[in-house]
Design a binder for this molecule. Structure first.
Ligand code: PLP
Length: 438
């Protein structure tokens, strides 16, 4: 929701601006009362109405403005507008984490008994969320190898409401043919949702390749400094919710809103309005103003950071590829990667900074390596300015059987890196010392 009062100072036409300009300016304006240039943190829970009529209009969604920070907050709004601009979308809604925005997205589109198709190459936490916790709500997920169009077509039923993929997948350096998958989604009149956390809109804009909705864990590269949790969903604005008759929650009168019809009333941003006005209102995982501010600070340097992340990651991957203790390296930017041609098409600026490699010494060598590193931090996160390392089989995937570990890309020999933006020689030296005598 845009604050009408901000309009006069928003003289920049974002359609004419480059990505770097948008990353710094989109959604922000000079504070009209203080002249503050940096976006202020607004830690106010609620906002005073002009008069009772204004209050009534706000509650009826007849005018845009701030009521209560569970649904809208001025600092959070700047973050939402900036993400919509960076992804080239129509509108965005922020939430407390990547997982909560995935929940809100599913809750807006699914009824109990519905299903959706997800790529089997997903962040492990998403696989657990989709296959265990969503199931309890009657939302069924079918995991499919998205490299095989036949399998996608076969999995789609009359109850299938969307396709969910990570175009650049966490953790294994897997890249999908997003345009092909978008065509399949269109032929079934269902939206394609892309988790763009690993690529960020600087490297890849899924909406330009036919996706309908983009979601992010902004906790990672968008914020970029490992100091705030956030999620955001961006609506492309071109999907026709009426055509298939499959989305009654958007196209029929909403009982939780006096019979309001979201897709009809709000058109190209009907999905995000419903997600905010019903999802955020009733489930409540809102983003705090302070976290939104931390993320905004990070976004300003997103293009610079991603360039450095990508060039450092490529150097580290090339170095690992010829290291005697290393069996294989799965990074899309390497010439030998099976995904190199997809990287050339979709990720010409770089294949991101998160990838895996296999140690000849297996499980024990993985344990030794994470113990030996100094500059790298051994922890369960990605997308920080700092270089991060984890040995999945002894941490995030330790509860799984060996068979499950292997199919999840977390076999005992696998190590995952999130390459930071430190001096690349220091990153390589740290690995070099840690890998001595593995
Ligand atoms: C971390 C992550 C998530 C979950 O986001 P949180 O902010 O941790 O809730 C979802 N998808 C991907 C690709 C991630 O890396």
């Amino acid at each position: 929701m845009t604050d009408e009062n901000k309009k006069p100072s928003m003289a920049i036409n974002y359609n004419d601006c480059g990505f770097e300009t948008l990353a710094i300016h989109a959604g922000a304006s000079v504070d009209p009362t203080t002249g503050a240039r940096s976006t202020p943190i607004h830690p106010s829970t609620a906002y005073v109405f002009n008069d009772p009529d204004h209050a009534a209009e706000l509650f009826n969604l007849q005018t845009f403005g701030f009521i209560y920070s569970r649904m809208t907050n001025p600092t959070v709004s700047v973050f939402e507008e900036r993400m919509a601009a960076l992804e080239g979308g129509r509108a965005a809604v922020a939430s407390s984490s990547g997982h909560s925005v995935q929940f809100l997205t599913a809750a807006t589109l699914l009824e109990p008994g519905d299903n959706f198709i997800a790529s089997k190459h997903l962040y492990g936490g998403s696989i657990t969320q989709f296959s265990m916790s969503f199931k309890k709500l009657g939302w069924n997920c079918c995991f499919v190898d998205m490299h095989t169009p036949d399998l996608i077509n076969k999995a789609i039923t009359s109850k299938t409401k969307f396709i969910f993929i990570e175009a650049l997948a966490n953790p294994g350096g897997v890249v999908l043919d997003i345009q092909k998958i978008a065509t399949i989604a269109k032929s079934h009149k269902i939206p394609l949702i892309v988790d763009n956390t690993l690529a960020t809109p600087y490297l890849l804009k899924p909406l330009e390749w036919g996706a309908d909705i983009v979601i992010h864990s902004a906790t990672k590269f968008i914020g970029g400094h490992g100091n705030a949790m956030a999620g955001v969903v961006v609506e492309g604005g071109t999907f026709d919710w009426f055509e298939s008759g499959k989305y009654p929650g958007l196209t029929l009168p909403e009982p939780a809103y006096h019979g309001l019809n979201f897709a009809e009333t709000f058109g190209s941003f009907g999905f995000s309005m419903k997600l905010r006005a019903v999802g955020l209102r009733d489930y409540g995982p809102c983003l705090s103003a302070t976290s939104a501010w931390n993320i905004l600070q990070g976004i300003e340097t997103l293009p610079l950071r991603m360039d450095r992340h990508c060039s450092n990651a490529l150097s580290v991957a090339k170095w690992l590829e010829i290291h005697p203790a290393v069996n294989w390296v799965s990074y899309g930017g390497l010439e030998k990667s099976p995904y190199k041609s997809l990287v050339n098409k979709y990720l010409p600026k770089g294949a991101g900074a998160v990838f895996t490699f296999g140690l000849k010494g297996g499980f024990d060598a993985g344990i030794k390596l994470v113990k030996n590193v100094n500059l790298f931090s051994h922890l369960a996160n990605i997308g920080d300015t700092r270089s991060l390392i984890i040995h999945p089989a002894s941490t995030t995937h330790r509860q799984l059987s060996k068979q499950q570990q292997v199919s999840a890309g977390a076999a005992p020999d696998v190590v995952r890196l999130s390459v930071g933006i430190e001096t690349v020689d220091d990153i390589i030296n740290d690995l070099d010392k840690a890998m001595y005598n593995l």
